[in-house]
Structure formats: structure tokens, C-alpha cells
Design a protein around this ligand. Structure first.
Ligand code: GLN
Length: 251
């Protein structure tokens, strides 16, 4: 399937060479010296969050390093998590970097770069909760961030009621207020959110291991190759590890 796409694009380029086809016109990719637009949801510390008016975090720094390698400048577009894949496919953004997990379902709609880190899904509960693990979630009220993998896992829990929030912190606040019984969310943001609320804890059980990667418009082989080359280079030279270690300190 991928091979077919490449040869189609190549044919189109050969056919259009005389008309000056310098790349994939279909995708309006940024040129060297141009702006690489990253779609994200900036409420997911330590991956992306506001510091004053600026969006900072692991994903922003990795994307900045990729943009630099490609001779481009990074611009961040903050939006709902649920809108990122559509933004990338419509060309509103060139890349989606949002602690986004590679899933089979998403791969139907979007392409992903090589993974740049792993994460786990964890369960947050109130300190005195009777919920001690995933098996105790049946029939409970579970809060999630809309459209995330936590949302998908929660929907598999027997008899549970799912409350979807636009921001992870809103789900965690609802848990602190006793409106819901648990939150399923990514481990590092979970630590940040629990620190900002009262009386909550993260269960030890990490029930799914996931890989984060950068989303690129479906079929945009040219940009995918460029971003992968840049990403692989900054993984190999330790830049990515340095960025992650700056934001996440080992316990
Ligand atoms: N890793 C989760 C997902 O991809 C959550 C990402 C997020 O909320 N930014 O669905």
C-alpha cells in the first residue's frame, strides 16, 4: 500500500516535472526557511503546556529540534486533542505532536513517524478509594480526556459510565470533587495533575504500555521521510533523551 503511494507520487512528479513539480504539491509542505506548524493540545504537562503565553514541553522541544534540522522555524497551534488528526490531514498543521499514542485505529487516518518515547496508562483515584486496580473499575464512573487512548480503554470496562472531558486536568478535578470514581490517563501528566489537586493517588498498576510518535498527513511520504530523518538523528545523538530527562526526573 505504502509502496503504491510512493510510485503514484513519483509518476505524478515525472509527469509534472516540466511544470515544476518540486515535491508533493498535494500537501503544501513547508520549504527550507519556512514555518513548520505543529498542532497540539497544550494542557498535557510535561509534554506541552503553557508557561506564560508560550507553549513549552518535551514535544515542543523535540519538534523545535526537528524544525532546526530541516532548516525551518516551529510554530505551535493549540487546539483540542480531538482535532489534531483532522488539522494535520487538512493541512492546517504540518505535524501533530501531543503525547500522541500510535494506535491501529489512528493509523487508518494518519501516518506516524518512528516513536520517540514510551508511556503507560495509569489509574488515578481518591486516596481512600476501594479501587486498587483495573479489575475494580467495573460499574464505576471513569473520567477521561475526550478522544484519547484512556477514553478507549475506559469504554472497554464492563458496566462503567464514561465521563469525557476536553482536558485531562478537568477530569482529575472532577475526581477530586467526588463527581467520578477514577481517571485513566497517561502516566507523566497524571503525576502533574495529581500534584495540582488534593487527596488523590496514582495506582501502581500500569496497565498499558504505549508509544508516542508524531502524526503526519496520511500519504505525505515526503514530509514523513524528512521528519523521520531529523527525528532519528536527534534520537541517535542524544538530543531527545536530554530533552526528556530535563522534564522527567527519575524517581
Ligand atoms: N497518549 C494519549 C493518546 O494518544 C493521550 C494524549 C493526550 O491527551 N495529549 O490518546
Amino acid at each position: 500500500m505504502k509502496k503504491k503511494m510512493v510510485s503514484l507520487v513519483l509518476c505524478a512528479c515525472v509527469a509534472l516535472a516540466a511544470a515544476g513539480c518540486g515535491g508533493s504539491k498535494k500537501f503544501n509542505n513547508p520549504e527550507k526557511g519556512g514555518t513548520l506548524i505543529m498542532a497540539t493540545n497544550a494542557y498535557f504537562e510535561p509534554y506541552e503546556y503553557y508557561e506564560g503565553e508560550n507553549v513549552v514541553g518535551i514535544d515542543v522541544e523535540i519538534a523545535t529540534a526537528i524544525a532546526e534540522k530541516l532548516g525551518m522555524t516551529l510554530e505551535v497551534e493549540d487546539m483540542e486533542f480531538d482535532s489534531i488528526i483532522a488539522a494535520v490531514n487538512s493541512g492546517k498543521a504540518h505535524i501533530g505532536a501531543a503525547g500522541m499514542t500510535v494506535t491501529e485505529d489512528r493509523l487508518q487516518n494518519v501516518d506516524f513517524t518512528d516513536p520517540y518515547t514510551t508511556a503507560t496508562q495509569v489509574i488515578i483515584v481518591q486516596e481512600g478509594s476501594e479501587i486498587a486496580g483495573a479489575d475494580d473499575l467495573s460499574g464505576k464512573k471513569i473520567g477521561v480526556q475526550l478522544g484519547t487512548t484512556g477514553d478507549i480503554y475506559a469504554s472497554d470496562v464492563e458496566g462503567a459510565t464514561i465521563e469525557q472531558y476536553n482536558k485531562g486536568m478537568d477530569a482529575v478535578q472532577a475526581l477530586a470533587n467526588g463527581i467520578i470514581d477514577a481517571v485513566i490517563i497517561d502516566n507523566e501528566p497524571a503525576k502533574q495533575f495529581v500534584n495540582k489537586a488534593e487527596g488523590l493517588k496514582i495506582l501502581d498498576e500500569e496497565f498499558v504500555i504505549e508509544e508516542y510518535a508524531i502524526a503526519i498527513a496520511k500519504g505525505n511520504e515526503e514530509l514523513l521521510d524528512d521528519v523521520n530523518k531529523a527525528l532519528d538523528a536527534i534520537i541517535a545523538d542524544g538530543t531527545v533523551k536530554g530533552i526528556i530527562d530535563k522534564y522527567i526526573t527519575a524517581e
